[in-house]
Design a protein around this ligand. Structure first.
Ligand SMILES: [Mg+2]
Length: 176
């Protein structure tokens, strides 16, 4: 039997549905499967006041329907983050089903390195975050910028939904 030394990424792609496309077209053509969401300034005001951003419920419904996985990538500790979202769910601002599927990413360091997300590679992740300071320079193409919420009425979540939809659709067109 011939043995071959292969790296972790190759193992990952060996079973990925897009492995054939990856092999043919290269790394940039991977399908986006994972959506990483910041919490403070993006979905809510901050962890203290925990006000829901306008359009939060519809945005999260969209996220869970269009991505295989949705993960929370935040500086807020997991128990606090989940408590906030549970409270918002009780108030009708977060879909109950969303809470059950939401993954929390454990990380440390200066950047929200998408490599912290288990069982994925950065090329199949999009990160929605209001703060560019957390984004690694070599992962800027995975970042979907959103204006930090100032507590007033805005339609940023709806705009972001459109951006995400177009990113998903462009991948679908590319892969045809
Ligand atoms: Mg933020």
């Amino acid at each position: 039997m011939q043995t071959q030394r292969i790296g972790i990424e190759q193992l990952r792609f060996a079973w990925h549905p897009d492995a054939k496309q990856f092999a043919m077209k290269g790394k940039a053509e991977l399908t986006v499967r994972v959506l990483a969401l910041d919490l403070e300034g993006t979905l809510i005001s901050d962890a203290i006041s925990a006000e829901p951003r306008p359009g939060l419920f519809g945005f999260l419904e969209f996220c869970q329907s269009r991505f295989d996985r949705v993960v929370l990538f935040t500086c807020v500790e997991e128990p606090d983050a989940r408590e906030i979202l549970n409270q918002l769910s009780c108030g009708g601002h977060v879909p109950t089903e969303f809470l059950g599927r939401l993954e929390y990413i454990r990380w440390d360091g200066e950047y929200k390195d998408l490599k912290f997300i288990p069982n994925s590679v950065p090329e199949e992740v999009l990160l929605v975050d209001d703060d560019p300071g957390w984004v690694r320079s070599d992962q800027r193409d995975r970042w979907v910028a959103i204006t930090a919420w100032d507590g007033r009425g805005d339609c940023e979540l709806l705009c972001t939904q459109s951006v995400l939809e177009s990113r998903l659709n462009s991948r679908a067109v590319d892969s045809v």
